[in-house]
Design a protein around this ligand. Structure first.
Ligand SMILES: NC(=O)c1ccc[n+]([C@@H]2O[C@H](COP(=O)([O-])OP(=O)(O)OC[C@H]3O[C@@H](n4cnc5c(N)ncnc54)[C@H](OP(=O)(O)O)[C@@H]3O)[C@@H](O)[C@H]2O)c1
Length: 303
């Protein structure tokens, strides 16, 4: 089968389309014919060697953490999913960008959901649900989200709004209308964030999430006043300031995936797809992801 691989750290030109044997579904896994696979910042960070001290890559390495498609093989012990079902989910480490991929967690794709949306949904659904649970945000509370217009931010804002939370989100001014449509009160991320947030929420802020990793933790602690309710997914120095960082997926990601699929069906959740690339343009897709300017998600169309 066709797959994206690279065999050394480097720029996007190390990415190649190669022919390899298709993988098989192990116990508790399924294999899909991939229709679409989401592009995530981790893909290019791993490829560029930026994570080599924490997550070294074994070469040759595949690419991609999430995909949507049609089930064509079901592993031992799997129930409730059959060959021919349309699903989306998390792939075995870095293998999603291929004609066939093995999924470890998945849920059924709602009928009306395009494969492009489904293919890009798993990472943001799992991450957003996990971090909202970790900071234990409740209805009636106010949340600041730094980096609210990206993939994870787009999901966090909508899921927090659905939980009855007021959300103040940072983004560049061009993306403020996008944030308003998602249900957040936008502000910029220039210096002076605590003062701007005080104006928007004079009653105070209960918790804050850092999704941009742009050195904003001290500001977020000043805003929330309780470091235990400041959490980052992108800044490993957060604990130095007394805040928390999370990097590991939850134990049962499929719960978040099926919750978000249900909200999509109810019209309470959507995912903006900024651009769809053919698999041959994976290098360009990763370069655009690496600009850090994407609203919502980028997707690669495989079949
Ligand atoms: N720890 C985990 O479990 C986990 C899980 C998923 C993702 N992540 C990490 O979390 C980060 C976010 O992921 P993502 O998929 O949401 O990324 P993304 O889609 O690439 O995020 C792009 C967004 O970031 C915004 N942004 C860039 N610099 C900013 C700044 N200084 N302040 C506020 N917003 C800024 C951009 O808005 P503007 O264009 O308006 O600047 C853009 O909309 C990445 O570093 C990713 O690797 C970690």
């Amino acid at each position: 089968m066709k797959a994206v691989q690279y065999d050394t750290y480097g720029d996007s030109d190390v990415l190649k389309i190669v022919q390899i044997d298709a993988p098989h579904a192990g116990p508790g896994q399924i294999r899909i014919v991939v229709h679409a696979a989401g592009v995530n910042p981790l893909d290019w960070k791993l490829r560029a060697g930026k994570m080599r001290d924490f997550f070294p890559v074994d070469f040759p390495s595949g690419v991609g953490a999430e995909a949507a498609g049609i089930v064509d093989e079901v592993g031992d012990g799997v129930s409730g999913t059959a060959v021919g079902d349309a699903v989306f989910g998390l792939a075995v480490r870095r293998t999603a960008m291929a004609e066939k991929a093995v999924l470890t967690s998945w849920t059924h794709k709602p009928d009306g959901m395009p494969f492009e949306v489904a293919g890009a949904l798993s990472i943001v659904a799992e991450s957003a649900t996990r971090i909202l649970d970790l900071i234990a945000i409740k209805a009636g509370e106010t949340l600041v989200v730094a980096g609210a217009a990206g993939g994870v931010g787009s999901a966090v804002v909508q899921l927090a709004r659905h939980r009855g939370v007021t959300v103040i989100g940072t983004a560049s001014e061009a993306k403020h209308e996008y944030l308003r449509k998602l249900g957040a009160i936008p502000t910029t991320y220039e210096p002076g964030l605590p003062a701007r947030v005080r104006e928007i929420a004079p009653q105070g802020v209960d918790a804050a999430l850092d999704l941009a990793g742009a050195g904003v933790i001290p500001d977020l602690i000043e805003i929330v006043r309780d470091p235990a309710r400041v959490l980052s997914i992108a800044d490993i120095t957060a604990p130095k300031h007394g805040a928390r960082v999370t990097t590991s997926q939850s134990e049962r990601p499929e719960v978040a995936l099926s919750d978000v699929a249900r909200l999509y069906t109810e019209g309470a959740f959507d995912l903006h797809i900024e651009r769809v690339f053919p698999i041959e343009q994976i290098a360009q897709a990763q370069e655009i992801s690496a600009t850090g300017r994407v609203a919502g998600k980028l997707v690669v169309r495989v079949a």
